[in-house]
Design a protein around this ligand. Structure first.
Ligand SMILES: Nc1ncnc2c1ncn2[C@@H]1O[C@H](COP(=O)(O)OP(=O)(O)OP(=O)(O)O)[C@@H](O)[C@H]1O
Ligand SMILES: [Mg+2]
Length: 581
């Protein structure tokens, strides 16, 4: 039942009150909807008298007309309020989710497939509209009519009341069982939808690679498996509900099955007048129709409740702790003190890492693929928090600095930096919103992108989207320009130059040298030639620092470094000469 309370938790105080207003107007609308039945009963009773007074009949007709008009007006008002509540709640929930995601550890966002996050923010949240705007008013009106009419029938004749209660009781028993069955299946259902979404996005994004490698059917396995799972899930879902739905629909039209013979018997035994018998038949026919609305809404209530629970769970995820306090730093040395880190409890990715990347120097991280270089760098940006030990900047532990101070002090350039669907100027200016045009162009020149940007028909006003044909290297250089403009005192480069072609490499190395001037630079590069001149090189092996020193020292003393250097030279020669020998 946590699921159902999650639906209420998402409403803010004002919207809870508005929802109450919508419910009350809905109940009033329903109450006015019942009046015509009594009006008809009155008219029938008048007709059964020896003499019927025309003015009395006229009053009944007027009352029925007014009741019908009010019923519709109130129903419209109720729906209008409920839609307002729904869309406000949807908007607010989306905003809260965006805010939440930005305050969660970046690692969470990186490891949760973008498809899953998109499904949660867009599709799942959209689904809730049905609950707030339709399910609540419809279920309530669907409940109130039968309850009010049931009370009325009980007041008029208790025995008939019991007769009309038979199908109602059967309906509620069957619906309750159906909801329990659904809630048990709902997680599987939602997981299969999320899995399908994530795989569809991965499949469409990877379409190019699938074509290049002429992938056979086996490659589509994940995708087709999630389609199969989803369709099996849906079939199971419908199968599990089918019996109950069929029973409910038959039951809701079965009131006369009980009322006609039993009421008829009472009429024959003088337990009922003819007018009352006719009246009860009318009421019996009408009172169960609204329950069909509930039956139609039940499917959605279960799904929406589970969706709301997922959203509430996300909103309750533990945030990255942020002291929010600006600290005064003693310089910008980055110091790792006995740092351990693991993504999960099973294996240590970083093991007792201790080193200092000195201010105004370049520290390079080298190590074979998977040795933990990117992980180490991402800890400085607090994509994750360390499991043991401490990282500090300028003598202050990262956890004690505000996140905004940390972000402002650090530039992180990786291969995967993202460009927004904005102009190139705006993309570069993201580094420093207050920079002047001249500063922006200067940064762009330093990152060797000014020339190609100037040649574009719209120059810096070119919007970066699918139509803009920028190469991987060009995009990479724009992100470097952004980092240069930021002028952060700490610069982390993770394979930042990987895309750069040989013609531009020298220029870019100069630009990076300029970016690195007087900064604390931590650089990760597979091309060892690019970090040969670093002030200090740290060699990582299976998450442990095995040694630290300059190229000249390491090439003499460190076997691991020597073999990496040899392997690099061999691959470089192979590229130049077309052969490894
Ligand atoms: N998000 C993650 N969740 C779990 N394990 C991860 C995650 N990211 C990386 N790893 C694991 O951590 C280890 C170190 O990965 P990392 O990316 O830091 O290596 P690297 O030295 O940067 O490698 P490369 O040179 O290939 O970039 C690897 O075994 C990798 O499988
Ligand atoms: Mg890496």
């Amino acid at each position: 039942m946590n699921e159902l309370s999650a639906l209420v938790d998402l409403l803010n105080k004002k919207n809870k009150l508005l929802m109450l207003a919508s419910i009350i107007t809905c109940i009033l609308s329903v109450a006015f909807g019942i009046i015509p039945y009594f009006g008809v009963f009155g008219i029938v009773s008048e007709f059964l008298k020896d003499y019927s007074e025309p003015t009395v009949l006229f009053k009944y007709v007027i009352a029925i007309t007014i009741a019908i008009i009010l019923k519709h007006l109130l129903h419209g008002t109720s729906t209008k309020i409920s839609h307002r509540v729904a869309y406000q709640t949807l908007g607010e929930t989306r905003k809260k989710m965006f805010k939440k995601i930005s305050s969660l550890p970046m690692g969470y966002v990186k490891t949760t497939a973008s498809g899953e996050i998109k499904t949660m923010i867009m599709d799942h949240t959209e689904q809730l509209e049905t609950f707030y705007a339709h399910n609540i008013p419809e279920v309530i009106s669907g409940l109130v009519i039968p309850i009010c009419m049931e009370i009325a029938v009980f007041n008029l004749n208790r025995r008939v009341g019991f007769i009309t209660l038979i199908p109602v009781a059967l309906f509620f028993i069957s619906s309750a069982i159906m909801i329990v069955v659904q809630i048990r299946k709902i997680d599987d259902y939602n997981n299969s939808v999320a899995d399908l979404n994530a795989n569809t996005i991965e499949y469409t994004h990877g379409m190019k690679e699938l074509k290049i490698f002429a992938a056979d059917d086996a490659t589509y396995d994940n995708f087709s498996k999630s389609i199969r799972n989803y369709s099996e899930m849906i079939i199971q879902w419908f199968k599990s509900c089918l019996g109950y739905v069929a029973f409910n629909h038959a039951d809701l039209t079965a009131n006369l099955v009980f009322l006609f013979p039993l009421g008829g018997l009472m009429f024959l035994n003088q337990g009922l007048t003819a007018a009352s018998f006719i009246m009860f038949l009318f009421m019996g026919l009408a009172m169960l129709i609204p329950l069909e609305k509930i039956a139609d809404n039940l499917d959605y209530i279960g799904v929406n409740a589970s969706v709301a629970k997922k959203i509430v769970d996300l909103l309750n995820e533990e945030e990255l702790p942020d002291t929010g306090v600006e600290k005064s730093l003693k310089g910008y040395d980055i110091k790792f003190d006995n740092v351990d880190f693991s993504y999960n409890q099973d294996s240590k990715i970083l093991d007792n890492v201790t080193f200092t990347a000195k201010e105004k120097t370049v520290t390079a991280l080298v190590g074979v693929s998977g040795s933990g270089k990117s992980t180490l760098a991402s800890l400085i940006y607090r994509f994750w928090d360390v499991s043991q030990g401490q990282i500090s900047m300028g003598g202050i532990p990262l956890k004690e600095m505000s996140l905004s101070q940390l972000m402002n002090s650090t530039s992180f350039v990786t291969q995967g930096n993202f460009l927004f669907k904005k102009t190139i100027r705006e993309n570069i200016m993201l580094g420093n919103q207050g920079a002047t045009e001249e500063e922006m162009i200067e940064a762009s020149k330093s990152a060797v992108c000014h020339d190609f940007i100037s040649k574009l028909p719209h120059g810096y006003d070119t919007i970066v989207d699918k139509e803009t044909k920028l190469s991987g290297g060009e995009k990479q250089r724009i992100t470097i320009a952004r980092a240069i403009l930021k002028k952060a005192p700490v610069v982390i480069l993770d394979e930042a130059t990987a895309y750069i072609d040989p013609d531009n490499e020298d220029l870019l190395q100069k630009a990076l040298a300029k970016l690195s001037e007087n900064k604390t630079v931590l650089v990760i590069a597979h091309r060892l030639s690019s970090i040969k001149n670093a002030d200090s090189i740290i060699v990582l092996e299976n998450g442990k620092v095995i040694t630290q020193g300059t190229h000249e020292v390491l090439i003499q003393d460190c076997k691991a470094y020597q073999s990496m250097w040899d392997a690099f030279n061999q691959s470089d020669n192979w590229k130049m000469g077309g052969s490894a020998s």
